[in-house]
Ligand binder design. Structure first.
Ligand code: AMP
Ligand code: MG
Ligand code: MG
Length: 306
């Protein structure tokens, strides 16, 4: 039997694809059922149904794993409606890194963003910014993950999967290119603030890509279309960053807050990334050094004692 960590990643690939089908299904149905969770923070029926699918599938197969998911949902008979099992064989065939062969269910926290980029999903016109994020942490470390893009058009199928594990790299429908030479900074499309803009401008960008979703911005970095993802504002949560963080680490990239601190992902950690997000394949110290001190100060001052 393959080690647990490979099985759970393998299951997560199958589950993320099913969640993607659910998202496409809700969009086709035409009634998004939008609920405002807060200012500029929508939730749709696709977020709710995709989360029920992911959480119920993971808990059914791996009952002792801690699953932390974005949406607050009451238990419902709909929980099991979209449950799937099964494995992605390509993952099971991988050679498990030695240090991960004995990981137990109780060592694992899975961070779930059932639909990252909800603002883009509801806006229309930006559907390729939407991703399903399943991030697997062992202890505090982001070790593996799946990023599924439900509206990516390939010839054979609608949607694509990237999966990765530290020690194994990133696989699936992954197309790295020679990194862009022009300094291209990916940042938020729908949650801009004064300090977030100040941080992007401090990077002396040649190009700014205002795009949705933490998952999508990390895809741009992973595949060489953006030099860095810069967001100096407390907006993203651990479910936004865990899966992309694992994939970046798997190919030698970096993710940290604007002060250069790495993120931790054990289940007791604060959900909000109070000190923002910075992700890049190279020159992480240069980017951290360029963050204006007043931006770091404002973010630090507003940090609650959690
Ligand atoms: P964005 O880069 O603005 O698309 O955001 C990436 C992720 O962080 C999405 O899941 C957003 O919902 C979340 N996020 C960013 N800023 C905020 C905010 N001000 N309030 C709520 N969620 C946010
Ligand atoms: Mg999100
Ligand atoms: Mg979400």
């Amino acid at each position: 039997m393959p080690p647990l960590i490979l099985r759970i990643l393998s299951s997560s690939v199958v589950i993320a694809r099913r969640a993607g089908e659910v998202i496409r299904d809700v969009l086709r149905g035409g009634d998004l059922g939008v609920v405002e969770k807060g200012v500029n923070d929508p939730q749709t029926e696709a977020d709710r149904r995709a989360q029920r699918c992911i959480v119920s599938s993971l808990k059914y197969q791996y009952p002792q794993v801690t699953v932390v998911a974005e949406e607050e949902l009451e238990p419902s008979p709909a929980d099991d409606k979209d449950r799937v099992d099964g494995f992605e064989e390509e993952v099971l065939r991988a050679q498990c890194p030695e240090t991960l062969t004995n990981v137990k269910e109780t060592d694992i926290t899975v961070w779930v963003d059932p639909l990252d980029g909800t603002a883009e999903f509801t806006a229309g016109g930006y559907l390729d910014h939407v991703t399903v994020l399943i991030g697997i942490a062992v202890g505090s470390q982001p070790i593996a993950g799946v990023v599924y893009q439900p509206f990516y058009k390939s010839e054979s199928d609608l949607g694509r999967t990237l999966w990765g594990m530290v020690g194994l790299g990133v696989h699936g429908d992954f197309h790295p290119t020679t990194p862009t030479k022009r300094r291209t900074i990916a940042s938020t499309r729908s949650h801009n603030t004064k300090i977030a803009t100040a941080a992007v401008e401090a990077m002396q960008p040649d190009v700014v890509l205002a795009v949705g979703g933490s998952g999508y911005k990390c895809l741009l970095v992973l595949e060489g279309h953006a030099s860095a993802y810069v967001f100096a504002h407390p907006g993203t949560k651990k479910w936004d960053t865990c899966a992309p963080n694992a994939l970046l680490h798997a190919v030698g990239g970096h993710m940290c807050d604007v002060k250069g601190n790495l993120f931790e992902y054990h289940c007791g950690i604060a959900h909000i990334n109070h000190l923002g997000v910075l992700a890049t394949m190279a020159d992480v110290d240069w980017y951290v050094g360029k963050i204006p001190p007043e931006v770091s100060e404002i973010l630090s001052k507003n940090m609650p004692n959690e």
